[in-house]
Design a protein around this ligand. Structure first.
Ligand SMILES: Cc1cc2nc3c(=O)[nH]c(=O)nc-3n(C[C@H](O)[C@H](O)[C@H](O)COP(=O)(O)O)c2cc1C
Length: 371
């Protein structure tokens, strides 16, 4: 019987399905629900020391439906990090660890570009018993104005420095969460790993504009008639996430073997998870999927992933992690492989008995038999 149990960076998880930082981990009530439904771990909504600077707007989501209107395929948000006071979070982290001492609770943290702030938030979270950290270097909206989130994630030098501060203070594993809004995601990922981050999480949301209302001529989501670019998630981003996870996984394999990778972006099924694990992920995270289908989603996801493992006779997640990475190459190599195959097929088509001579192929068949 295959097992979904897996250990990543010392964290023992009942399965690789993790609640991604966002609304599904936004307070103790919902985190409790996630653990009760069987999620492998929870990454709480991103917290900062001073929540008074975080002011959200409504509406802050916009959805893209399939053409038949039945399915949500894309989701834009202009939501900021948690607007709840850090003191409340400290209390809830502690309560959560009292209730679920053997389940992994990961704090997602974000701070301004000041060493004291990063060290303080790490130390205060660790004092509450959290099992690890995810550094949010990736929120594409709102916070870059304060040089937070993606503003750091887009700058490998700053990122390396900040990860260094965190690694100097943290005793628990630290995953650096990457923004996809860069040309080469390997660059900031490499900077984080150089500074000794335990692992990488990828991807956060993709900077986007959901659309323009053709009646009002205003872009969406419209707040008092105006908007600001937000972050795109949900099924539509999966192919981009797969590509970026593959790129980070190749880099980890070559330059930082043993560091972990947590995949995020449009994951809604066990088969989606299998694809990301085949491209090098240790764990998979889900945010929008939970907002669409509820916390119960983890059960069919686990069942489908187990069925995939049974079919291919994989006993553990480690048995197939990164197995499909070897099949990426350059376009020039694809051309070479194809012409080699065609040549081999042609060579194989030599006449082996007189009945195989054909009027149309006669000259080629004669040629193929010549020295
Ligand atoms: C409404 C919303 C709020 C989010 N808030 C955060 C956040 O506070 N911190 C963070 O690191 N990522 C946040 N994310 C990004 C998700 O964790 C995830 O990286 C992204 O949505 C892609 O995964 P998905 O397609 O499963 O949603 C948020 C996403 C959504 C949709």
């Amino acid at each position: 019987m295959p097992t979904l149990e897996t250990t990543v960076d010392g964290l023992k998880l009942p399965n690789p399905f993790i609640i991604a930082s966002g609304p599904p981990g936004t307070n103790l009530n919902v985190i409790v629900k996630a653990f009760r439904e069987g999620w492998g771990a929870v990454i709480a909504k991103t917290v900062s020391l001073d929540a008074s600077k975080v002011v959200n707007v409504t509406p802050r989501y916009a959805k893209l439906h399939s053409t038949d209107g039945k399915e949500i395929v894309g989701w834009e948000n202009i939501e900021l990090i948690s607007d709840r006071p850090f003191k409340i979070w400290e209390d809830e982290f502690k309560k959560c660890k009292d209730m679920f001492p053997d389940r992994a609770l990961i704090a997602s943290i974000m701070e301004e570009y000041r060493k004291e702030a990063w060290v303080e938030i790490v130390e205060r979270c660790e004092a509450c018993g959290v099992d690890g950290f995810e550094l949010n270097f990736s929120c594409p909206h709102g916070l870059p104005e304060r040089k937070m989130g993606a503003a750091m994630g887009e700058n490998p030098e700053i990122l390396e420095e900040v990860v260094g501060w965190v690694m100097g203070a943290a005793r628990k594993p630290v995953w650096a969460k990457m923004t996809p809004n860069v040309t080469h995601i390997e660059d900031p990922s490499r900077a984080a790993l150089k500074a000794s981050a335990t692992g990488i999480s990828a991807i956060n949301t993709i900077r986007s504009v959901m659309g323009v209302n053709l009646e009002t001529l205003r872009p969406e989501p419209s707040v008092e008639g105006y908007t600001t670019p937000g972050g795109y998630s949900c099924r539509a981003v999966k192919p981009i996430a797969l590509r970026m996870v593959m790129e980070v996984a190749q880099m980890i394999r070559k330059e930082f073997p043993g560091r972990s990778l947590s995949a995020i972006g449009g994951i809604e099924t066990g088969n989606d998870a299998a694809e990301f694990i085949l491209l090098g992920a240790d764990t998979v995270q889900v945010c929008t999927g939970v907002m669409k289908f509820g916390y119960e989603l983890v059960k069919p996801m686990c069942e489908q992933l187990l069925a995939f493992m049974e079919k291919h006779k994989f006993e553990t997640i480690g048995n197939f992690k990164g197995k499909s990475l070897d099949y990426f190459t350059t376009h020039a190599d694809l051309v070479k492989r194809q012409s080699e195959r065609k040549a081999a097929q042609k060579a194989a088509k030599v006449v082996k008995s007189d009945g195989e001579w054909s009027g149309e192929e006669f000259v080629r068949q004669s040629e193929a038999l010549s020295r």
